[in-house]
Design a protein around this ligand. Structure first.
Ligand code: PA5
Length: 468
Protein backbone atom coordinates (compact mmCIF):
# COMPACT_ATOMS: atom_id res chain seq x y z
CA UNK A 1 0.00 0.00 0.00
CA UNK A 2 1.52 3.35 -1.03
CA UNK A 3 0.44 5.19 2.07
CA UNK A 4 1.93 8.60 2.78
CA UNK A 5 3.43 8.85 6.26
CA UNK A 6 4.28 11.74 8.54
CA UNK A 7 7.37 11.17 10.68
CA UNK A 8 7.45 13.80 13.43
CA UNK A 9 10.09 12.20 15.65
CA UNK A 10 12.48 15.08 15.14
CA UNK A 11 10.14 17.91 16.04
CA UNK A 12 9.94 16.56 19.58
CA UNK A 13 11.91 17.77 22.59
CA UNK A 14 13.65 14.40 22.80
CA UNK A 15 15.32 15.20 19.47
CA UNK A 16 15.96 18.95 19.62
CA UNK A 17 15.50 19.89 23.26
CA UNK A 18 12.58 21.57 25.07
CA UNK A 19 13.31 25.12 23.86
CA UNK A 20 12.70 24.19 20.25
CA UNK A 21 11.00 20.79 20.34
CA UNK A 22 7.44 19.96 21.26
CA UNK A 23 6.78 18.18 24.52
CA UNK A 24 4.29 15.37 24.97
CA UNK A 25 2.26 17.73 27.19
CA UNK A 26 2.13 20.39 24.48
CA UNK A 27 0.87 17.89 21.92
CA UNK A 28 -1.58 16.33 24.36
CA UNK A 29 -2.76 19.81 25.27
CA UNK A 30 -3.60 20.81 21.72
CA UNK A 31 -4.99 17.43 20.59
CA UNK A 32 -8.60 18.03 21.78
CA UNK A 33 -8.60 21.45 20.09
CA UNK A 34 -7.53 19.89 16.78
CA UNK A 35 -10.28 17.27 17.05
CA UNK A 36 -12.85 19.94 17.77
CA UNK A 37 -11.49 21.97 14.84
CA UNK A 38 -11.85 18.94 12.59
CA UNK A 39 -15.48 18.50 13.64
CA UNK A 40 -16.13 22.18 12.90
CA UNK A 41 -14.56 21.86 9.44
CA UNK A 42 -16.35 18.58 8.65
CA UNK A 43 -19.70 20.09 9.67
CA UNK A 44 -19.31 22.51 6.73
CA UNK A 45 -18.50 19.74 4.25
CA UNK A 46 -21.84 19.75 2.45
CA UNK A 47 -22.38 23.47 3.01
CA UNK A 48 -19.75 26.07 2.19
CA UNK A 49 -16.63 23.83 2.18
CA UNK A 50 -17.40 21.68 -0.83
CA UNK A 51 -13.71 21.15 -1.68
CA UNK A 52 -13.77 18.22 0.73
CA UNK A 53 -16.04 16.34 -1.63
CA UNK A 54 -14.02 16.91 -4.80
CA UNK A 55 -12.29 13.50 -4.68
CA UNK A 56 -15.65 11.78 -4.78
CA UNK A 57 -17.28 13.49 -7.75
CA UNK A 58 -17.24 10.67 -10.28
CA UNK A 59 -19.39 12.52 -12.82
CA UNK A 60 -17.01 15.50 -12.90
CA UNK A 61 -14.01 13.15 -13.29
CA UNK A 62 -15.76 11.46 -16.19
CA UNK A 63 -16.60 14.79 -17.89
CA UNK A 64 -12.96 15.87 -17.64
CA UNK A 65 -11.71 12.56 -19.03
CA UNK A 66 -14.29 12.63 -21.83
CA UNK A 67 -13.20 16.14 -22.77
CA UNK A 68 -9.51 15.14 -22.74
CA UNK A 69 -10.40 12.08 -24.83
CA UNK A 70 -12.24 14.24 -27.34
CA UNK A 71 -9.19 16.50 -27.77
CA UNK A 72 -6.68 13.67 -27.98
CA UNK A 73 -7.00 13.12 -31.78
CA UNK A 74 -6.09 16.78 -32.33
CA UNK A 75 -2.88 16.30 -30.35
CA UNK A 76 -2.17 12.90 -31.92
CA UNK A 77 -2.49 14.34 -35.42
CA UNK A 78 -0.32 17.36 -34.59
CA UNK A 79 -3.12 19.87 -35.24
CA UNK A 80 -2.62 20.99 -31.63
CA UNK A 81 0.67 20.74 -29.75
CA UNK A 82 0.39 22.82 -26.59
CA UNK A 83 -1.98 23.34 -23.70
CA UNK A 84 -1.57 26.80 -22.20
CA UNK A 85 -3.12 27.59 -18.83
CA UNK A 86 -4.21 31.21 -18.47
CA UNK A 87 -4.80 31.63 -14.76
CA UNK A 88 -3.09 32.82 -11.60
CA UNK A 89 -2.77 31.85 -7.91
CA UNK A 90 -5.07 28.98 -7.09
CA UNK A 91 -6.01 28.84 -10.75
CA UNK A 92 -2.44 28.04 -11.82
CA UNK A 93 -0.17 26.75 -9.05
CA UNK A 94 -1.83 23.33 -8.81
CA UNK A 95 -1.63 22.85 -12.57
CA UNK A 96 2.10 23.53 -12.54
CA UNK A 97 2.68 21.37 -9.46
CA UNK A 98 0.81 18.38 -10.89
CA UNK A 99 2.62 18.58 -14.22
CA UNK A 100 5.99 18.90 -12.49
CA UNK A 101 5.28 16.00 -10.15
CA UNK A 102 3.58 13.59 -12.49
CA UNK A 103 5.01 14.22 -15.95
CA UNK A 104 8.66 13.81 -16.90
CA UNK A 105 10.81 16.86 -16.04
CA UNK A 106 11.61 16.91 -19.77
CA UNK A 107 8.04 16.33 -20.98
CA UNK A 108 7.86 19.74 -22.60
CA UNK A 109 11.05 19.23 -24.59
CA UNK A 110 9.87 15.95 -26.09
CA UNK A 111 6.28 15.10 -25.10
CA UNK A 112 5.33 11.44 -25.27
CA UNK A 113 3.58 10.46 -28.52
CA UNK A 114 0.20 12.14 -28.87
CA UNK A 115 0.46 14.31 -25.76
CA UNK A 116 0.73 18.11 -25.68
CA UNK A 117 3.24 20.30 -23.88
CA UNK A 118 1.88 22.29 -20.94
CA UNK A 119 2.67 25.93 -20.25
CA UNK A 120 1.28 27.80 -17.27
CA UNK A 121 1.29 31.50 -18.12
CA UNK A 122 0.59 32.90 -14.66
CA UNK A 123 1.97 36.38 -15.14
CA UNK A 124 1.25 39.47 -17.17
CA UNK A 125 4.90 40.45 -17.39
CA UNK A 126 5.04 41.69 -21.00
CA UNK A 127 8.41 40.01 -21.43
CA UNK A 128 6.78 36.67 -20.63
CA UNK A 129 3.62 37.10 -22.66
CA UNK A 130 5.42 38.90 -25.49
CA UNK A 131 8.09 36.22 -25.68
CA UNK A 132 5.37 33.57 -25.69
CA UNK A 133 3.70 35.30 -28.64
CA UNK A 134 7.04 35.58 -30.46
CA UNK A 135 7.93 31.95 -29.84
CA UNK A 136 4.80 29.79 -29.78
CA UNK A 137 2.42 29.25 -32.69
CA UNK A 138 -0.99 30.06 -31.16
CA UNK A 139 -2.75 28.07 -33.88
CA UNK A 140 -1.24 24.94 -32.27
CA UNK A 141 -2.44 25.84 -28.78
CA UNK A 142 -5.41 24.95 -26.65
CA UNK A 143 -5.91 27.76 -24.10
CA UNK A 144 -7.25 26.59 -20.74
CA UNK A 145 -8.67 29.80 -19.26
CA UNK A 146 -9.19 29.38 -15.51
CA UNK A 147 -10.75 31.95 -13.22
CA UNK A 148 -13.21 31.19 -10.48
CA UNK A 149 -14.30 34.81 -10.17
CA UNK A 150 -14.22 35.27 -13.92
CA UNK A 151 -12.90 38.78 -13.48
CA UNK A 152 -9.24 38.66 -12.38
CA UNK A 153 -7.44 41.36 -14.36
CA UNK A 154 -4.37 39.23 -15.15
CA UNK A 155 -6.30 36.30 -16.53
CA UNK A 156 -8.85 38.45 -18.32
CA UNK A 157 -6.15 40.49 -20.04
CA UNK A 158 -4.38 37.31 -21.15
CA UNK A 159 -7.67 35.95 -22.42
CA UNK A 160 -8.28 39.10 -24.46
CA UNK A 161 -4.75 39.10 -25.92
CA UNK A 162 -4.67 35.41 -26.77
CA UNK A 163 -8.23 35.30 -28.09
CA UNK A 164 -7.43 38.10 -30.54
CA UNK A 165 -4.20 36.37 -31.63
CA UNK A 166 -6.12 33.16 -32.15
CA UNK A 167 -8.79 34.85 -34.23
CA UNK A 168 -6.08 36.54 -36.29
CA UNK A 169 -4.40 33.16 -36.79
CA UNK A 170 -7.27 30.75 -37.38
CA UNK A 171 -10.38 32.87 -37.85
CA UNK A 172 -13.43 33.71 -35.76
CA UNK A 173 -15.17 30.37 -36.18
CA UNK A 174 -12.22 28.03 -35.70
CA UNK A 175 -10.85 29.84 -32.64
CA UNK A 176 -13.67 28.41 -30.51
CA UNK A 177 -12.20 24.92 -30.33
CA UNK A 178 -8.87 26.39 -29.11
CA UNK A 179 -10.39 27.60 -25.85
CA UNK A 180 -11.68 25.75 -22.80
CA UNK A 181 -12.85 27.78 -19.82
CA UNK A 182 -13.12 26.80 -16.16
CA UNK A 183 -15.10 29.29 -14.10
CA UNK A 184 -18.03 29.76 -11.75
CA UNK A 185 -21.41 28.42 -12.89
CA UNK A 186 -22.95 31.88 -12.85
CA UNK A 187 -20.75 34.64 -11.44
CA UNK A 188 -18.23 36.71 -13.40
CA UNK A 189 -17.93 37.73 -16.99
CA UNK A 190 -16.50 34.48 -18.33
CA UNK A 191 -19.69 32.44 -18.00
CA UNK A 192 -21.81 34.64 -20.29
CA UNK A 193 -18.88 34.75 -22.73
CA UNK A 194 -18.74 30.95 -22.71
CA UNK A 195 -22.45 30.82 -23.42
CA UNK A 196 -22.23 33.38 -26.20
CA UNK A 197 -19.14 31.92 -27.88
CA UNK A 198 -19.83 28.24 -27.37
CA UNK A 199 -16.48 27.50 -25.70
CA UNK A 200 -16.07 24.14 -23.97
CA UNK A 201 -16.31 24.78 -20.24
CA UNK A 202 -16.13 23.38 -16.73
CA UNK A 203 -17.45 24.64 -13.44
CA UNK A 204 -15.61 25.62 -10.28
CA UNK A 205 -18.29 24.53 -7.81
CA UNK A 206 -19.61 26.72 -5.02
CA UNK A 207 -17.69 26.24 -1.79
CA UNK A 208 -14.38 25.62 -3.59
CA UNK A 209 -12.00 28.58 -3.20
CA UNK A 210 -9.07 29.07 -5.59
CA UNK A 211 -6.35 27.53 -3.42
CA UNK A 212 -8.57 24.57 -2.51
CA UNK A 213 -9.53 23.90 -6.13
CA UNK A 214 -6.70 21.76 -7.48
CA UNK A 215 -8.83 18.61 -7.37
CA UNK A 216 -11.67 20.29 -9.30
CA UNK A 217 -11.61 20.87 -13.07
CA UNK A 218 -9.25 23.78 -12.25
CA UNK A 219 -6.40 21.26 -11.83
CA UNK A 220 -7.87 18.24 -13.55
CA UNK A 221 -8.45 19.49 -17.10
CA UNK A 222 -4.84 20.34 -17.90
CA UNK A 223 -3.69 17.23 -16.03
CA UNK A 224 -5.94 14.93 -18.04
CA UNK A 225 -4.82 16.59 -21.28
CA UNK A 226 -1.12 15.89 -20.56
CA UNK A 227 -1.84 12.28 -19.63
CA UNK A 228 -1.76 12.44 -15.83
CA UNK A 229 -3.68 9.69 -14.07
CA UNK A 230 -6.55 11.82 -12.85
CA UNK A 231 -8.44 8.88 -11.38
CA UNK A 232 -5.37 7.83 -9.37
CA UNK A 233 -4.92 11.37 -8.12
CA UNK A 234 -8.49 11.59 -6.89
CA UNK A 235 -8.38 8.07 -5.45
CA UNK A 236 -5.33 9.11 -3.40
CA UNK A 237 -7.16 12.20 -2.17
CA UNK A 238 -10.23 10.11 -1.33
CA UNK A 239 -8.05 7.68 0.66
CA UNK A 240 -6.58 10.58 2.64
CA UNK A 241 -10.07 11.95 3.20
CA UNK A 242 -11.09 8.57 4.63
CA UNK A 243 -7.98 8.56 6.82
CA UNK A 244 -8.46 12.08 8.17
CA UNK A 245 -12.13 12.85 8.33
CA UNK A 246 -12.94 11.21 11.63
CA UNK A 247 -9.68 9.87 13.04
CA UNK A 248 -8.50 10.85 16.50
CA UNK A 249 -5.41 13.04 16.85
CA UNK A 250 -2.91 10.22 17.33
CA UNK A 251 -3.84 8.58 14.00
CA UNK A 252 -4.56 11.69 11.99
CA UNK A 253 -1.66 13.15 9.98
CA UNK A 254 -3.59 16.32 9.08
CA UNK A 255 -4.32 17.08 12.73
CA UNK A 256 -0.78 16.36 13.85
CA UNK A 257 0.65 18.55 11.08
CA UNK A 258 -1.76 21.38 11.95
CA UNK A 259 -0.82 21.06 15.62
CA UNK A 260 2.91 21.15 14.88
CA UNK A 261 2.55 24.25 12.69
CA UNK A 262 0.47 26.07 15.29
CA UNK A 263 2.72 25.18 18.23
CA UNK A 264 5.90 25.93 16.32
CA UNK A 265 4.72 29.45 15.66
CA UNK A 266 2.79 30.20 18.82
CA UNK A 267 4.85 28.35 21.46
CA UNK A 268 8.31 27.97 19.97
CA UNK A 269 8.68 31.33 18.24
CA UNK A 270 9.14 29.94 14.74
CA UNK A 271 7.20 32.01 12.21
CA UNK A 272 8.91 30.41 9.19
CA UNK A 273 7.69 27.10 7.80
CA UNK A 274 10.23 25.66 5.37
CA UNK A 275 9.17 22.89 3.01
CA UNK A 276 12.41 21.24 1.90
CA UNK A 277 11.61 18.94 -1.01
CA UNK A 278 14.06 16.11 -1.47
CA UNK A 279 12.50 15.42 -4.82
CA UNK A 280 12.87 17.58 -7.88
CA UNK A 281 9.44 16.44 -9.00
CA UNK A 282 7.76 17.45 -5.75
CA UNK A 283 9.44 20.85 -5.55
CA UNK A 284 6.52 22.68 -7.15
CA UNK A 285 4.19 21.17 -4.56
CA UNK A 286 6.00 23.39 -2.04
CA UNK A 287 4.98 26.42 -4.08
CA UNK A 288 1.39 25.19 -4.19
CA UNK A 289 1.50 24.68 -0.42
CA UNK A 290 3.08 28.10 0.12
CA UNK A 291 0.00 29.75 -1.35
CA UNK A 292 -2.37 27.45 0.53
CA UNK A 293 -0.70 28.26 3.85
CA UNK A 294 -0.02 31.95 3.30
CA UNK A 295 -3.38 32.96 1.87
CA UNK A 296 -5.37 30.83 4.28
CA UNK A 297 -3.67 31.64 7.58
CA UNK A 298 -2.00 35.01 6.96
CA UNK A 299 -4.75 37.26 8.31
CA UNK A 300 -5.26 40.60 10.00
CA UNK A 301 -8.56 39.74 11.65
CA UNK A 302 -9.58 36.95 13.99
CA UNK A 303 -12.90 35.26 13.36
CA UNK A 304 -14.40 37.62 15.93
CA UNK A 305 -13.10 40.66 14.04
CA UNK A 306 -10.17 41.65 16.31
CA UNK A 307 -6.85 42.74 14.81
CA UNK A 308 -4.47 39.78 15.29
CA UNK A 309 -2.02 39.98 12.35
CA UNK A 310 -1.12 36.29 12.33
CA UNK A 311 0.26 33.74 9.94
CA UNK A 312 3.32 31.62 9.19
CA UNK A 313 5.70 32.56 6.39
CA UNK A 314 6.10 29.63 3.98
CA UNK A 315 9.50 29.04 2.45
CA UNK A 316 10.32 26.57 -0.32
CA UNK A 317 13.64 24.81 -0.69
CA UNK A 318 14.83 21.95 -2.89
CA UNK A 319 17.25 19.27 -1.84
CA UNK A 320 20.06 18.86 -2.62
CA UNK A 321 20.29 22.11 -4.57
CA UNK A 322 19.55 24.39 -1.63
CA UNK A 323 21.98 22.59 0.65
CA UNK A 324 24.50 24.68 -1.28
CA UNK A 325 22.47 27.85 -0.93
CA UNK A 326 20.18 28.03 2.10
CA UNK A 327 21.31 25.27 4.49
CA UNK A 328 23.98 27.43 6.11
CA UNK A 329 21.24 29.79 7.29
CA UNK A 330 18.97 26.93 8.31
CA UNK A 331 21.58 25.18 10.45
CA UNK A 332 23.28 28.19 12.02
CA UNK A 333 20.95 31.17 11.59
CA UNK A 334 18.15 32.34 13.89
CA UNK A 335 15.90 29.75 15.54
CA UNK A 336 12.88 31.11 13.69
CA UNK A 337 12.16 28.19 11.38
CA UNK A 338 10.83 24.68 11.43
CA UNK A 339 11.16 22.22 8.57
CA UNK A 340 9.16 19.71 6.59
CA UNK A 341 11.25 17.42 4.42
CA UNK A 342 9.44 15.82 1.47
CA UNK A 343 11.08 12.42 1.08
CA UNK A 344 10.61 9.80 -1.63
CA UNK A 345 11.43 6.23 -0.67
CA UNK A 346 11.53 4.70 -4.16
CA UNK A 347 12.58 6.70 -7.20
CA UNK A 348 11.48 5.59 -10.66
CA UNK A 349 15.08 5.43 -11.83
CA UNK A 350 18.31 3.93 -10.53
CA UNK A 351 21.39 5.83 -11.66
CA UNK A 352 24.66 4.04 -10.97
CA UNK A 353 27.87 6.01 -10.59
CA UNK A 354 30.68 4.34 -12.57
CA UNK A 355 33.88 3.22 -10.83
CA UNK A 356 36.67 5.46 -12.03
CA UNK A 357 39.80 7.01 -10.56
CA UNK A 358 40.21 4.34 -7.86
CA UNK A 359 43.32 6.11 -6.60
CA UNK A 360 41.49 9.36 -5.79
CA UNK A 361 39.81 9.07 -2.37
CA UNK A 362 37.50 12.01 -3.20
CA UNK A 363 35.98 9.98 -6.06
CA UNK A 364 36.55 6.30 -5.31
CA UNK A 365 33.93 6.11 -2.52
CA UNK A 366 31.27 7.16 -5.05
CA UNK A 367 32.14 4.56 -7.69
CA UNK A 368 29.70 1.63 -7.80
CA UNK A 369 27.19 3.42 -5.56
CA UNK A 370 23.97 4.90 -6.90
CA UNK A 371 22.70 8.45 -7.04
CA UNK A 372 19.70 7.05 -5.18
CA UNK A 373 21.99 6.21 -2.23
CA UNK A 374 23.72 9.57 -2.47
CA UNK A 375 20.42 11.48 -2.60
CA UNK A 376 19.04 9.55 0.41
CA UNK A 377 22.28 10.11 2.34
CA UNK A 378 22.17 13.85 1.59
CA UNK A 379 18.58 14.05 2.79
CA UNK A 380 19.39 12.19 5.98
CA UNK A 381 22.57 14.26 6.34
CA UNK A 382 20.48 17.43 6.23
CA UNK A 383 18.03 16.00 8.72
CA UNK A 384 20.88 15.10 11.08
CA UNK A 385 22.51 18.52 10.71
CA UNK A 386 19.21 20.25 11.47
CA UNK A 387 18.48 18.01 14.45
CA UNK A 388 21.96 18.37 15.91
CA UNK A 389 21.61 22.14 15.62
CA UNK A 390 18.28 22.08 17.49
CA UNK A 391 16.10 22.74 14.42
CA UNK A 392 12.79 20.85 14.48
CA UNK A 393 12.11 18.91 11.33
CA UNK A 394 9.41 16.45 10.27
CA UNK A 395 9.27 14.31 7.12
CA UNK A 396 6.37 13.58 4.83
CA UNK A 397 7.33 10.32 3.21
CA UNK A 398 6.11 9.36 -0.24
CA UNK A 399 6.62 5.63 -0.97
CA UNK A 400 7.05 6.81 -4.59
CA UNK A 401 5.83 9.76 -6.64
CA UNK A 402 2.57 8.66 -8.21
CA UNK A 403 -0.77 10.27 -8.85
CA UNK A 404 -2.08 8.34 -5.86
CA UNK A 405 0.55 9.61 -3.40
CA UNK A 406 0.37 13.17 -4.72
CA UNK A 407 -3.41 13.06 -4.29
CA UNK A 408 -2.90 12.00 -0.67
CA UNK A 409 -0.48 14.88 -0.09
CA UNK A 410 -2.74 17.54 -1.59
CA UNK A 411 -5.70 16.47 0.48
CA UNK A 412 -3.72 16.08 3.69
CA UNK A 413 -2.34 19.60 3.39
CA UNK A 414 -5.73 21.08 2.53
CA UNK A 415 -7.25 19.45 5.59
CA UNK A 416 -4.31 20.47 7.79
CA UNK A 417 -4.65 24.10 6.70
CA UNK A 418 -8.43 24.08 7.21
CA UNK A 419 -7.82 22.84 10.77
CA UNK A 420 -5.06 25.44 11.27
CA UNK A 421 -7.66 28.10 10.47
CA UNK A 422 -9.58 27.00 13.55
CA UNK A 423 -6.45 26.77 15.71
CA UNK A 424 -5.25 30.22 14.67
CA UNK A 425 -8.86 31.48 14.96
CA UNK A 426 -8.94 32.98 11.46
CA UNK A 427 -11.12 32.47 8.41
CA UNK A 428 -8.95 30.15 6.29
CA UNK A 429 -11.17 30.58 3.26
CA UNK A 430 -11.16 34.29 2.49
CA UNK A 431 -8.37 36.47 1.10
CA UNK A 432 -9.10 40.14 1.76
CA UNK A 433 -5.42 41.01 1.27
CA UNK A 434 -5.49 39.60 -2.27
CA UNK A 435 -8.75 41.38 -2.97
CA UNK A 436 -7.23 44.67 -1.77
CA UNK A 437 -4.50 44.50 -4.43
CA UNK A 438 -7.06 43.46 -7.07
CA UNK A 439 -9.22 46.48 -6.22
CA UNK A 440 -6.22 48.82 -6.34
CA UNK A 441 -5.30 47.43 -9.77
CA UNK A 442 -8.84 47.93 -11.07
CA UNK A 443 -8.75 51.50 -9.78
CA UNK A 444 -5.38 52.24 -11.39
CA UNK A 445 -6.52 50.71 -14.68
CA UNK A 446 -9.70 52.80 -14.73
CA UNK A 447 -12.30 50.05 -14.27
CA UNK A 448 -15.81 51.48 -13.87
CA UNK A 449 -17.05 51.42 -10.28
CA UNK A 450 -13.57 51.94 -8.77
CA UNK A 451 -13.30 55.72 -9.25
CA UNK A 452 -13.44 56.49 -5.53
CA UNK A 453 -10.54 54.14 -4.79
CA UNK A 454 -8.55 55.75 -7.58
CA UNK A 455 -9.07 59.17 -6.06
CA UNK A 456 -7.90 57.85 -2.67
CA UNK A 457 -4.78 56.33 -4.23
CA UNK A 458 -3.96 59.54 -6.06
CA UNK A 459 -4.42 61.55 -2.83
CA UNK A 460 -2.13 59.18 -0.91
CA UNK A 461 0.75 59.53 -3.40
CA UNK A 462 3.85 60.89 -1.69
CA UNK A 463 4.46 64.57 -2.34
CA UNK A 464 8.09 64.08 -1.45
CA UNK A 465 9.33 60.79 -2.92
CA UNK A 466 12.82 59.63 -1.90
CA UNK A 467 14.54 57.84 -4.77
CA UNK A 468 18.28 57.41 -5.35
O1 PA5 B 1 -6.86 31.22 -3.70
C1 PA5 B 1 -7.40 32.19 -4.22
O2 PA5 B 1 -8.61 32.43 -4.05
C2 PA5 B 1 -6.64 33.10 -5.15
O3 PA5 B 1 -5.28 32.81 -5.20
C3 PA5 B 1 -7.20 32.99 -6.56
O4 PA5 B 1 -7.04 31.68 -7.02
C4 PA5 B 1 -6.51 33.96 -7.51
O5 PA5 B 1 -6.59 35.27 -7.03
C5 PA5 B 1 -7.17 33.90 -8.89
O6 PA5 B 1 -8.54 34.14 -8.78
P1 PA5 B 1 -9.55 33.68 -9.90
O7 PA5 B 1 -9.51 32.20 -10.03
O8 PA5 B 1 -10.88 34.16 -9.44
O9 PA5 B 1 -9.12 34.34 -11.17
Amino acid sequence: MDRLTLDYTHVLDAAVGPDHGLTAQELEGIAPQTEEALRAVQARRTKDLRWMDLPHQADVQQDVLDYAGSMQPLFASGQLKNVVVLGIGGSALGNRALHAALSSPFHDIEPPEGLPRLFVLDNVDPDLVGEFLDTVDVSKCLFNVISKSGSTAETMSQFLVLRQKLIDAVGEEAHVRHIVVTTDAEKGVLRPIVDAEGYASFIVPDGVGGRFSVLSPVGLVSSALVGIDVRGLLAGAADMDERCKGAAFADNPALIYAAIQTLMQNKKGKPMAVTFSYSQRLASLSDWYAQLLAESIGKRKSKGGADVFVGPTPVSAVGVTDQHSQSQLYVEGPFDKWFTLLAVERADHVVTIPKQYADHDALSYLGGRTMNELFAAEREGTRIALTDAGRPCCSIQFPSVTAHTVGQYLYMMEMAVAVMGELYDVDAFDQPGVEAAKVATYALMGRAGFEERRTEIEAAKSKDPKVV
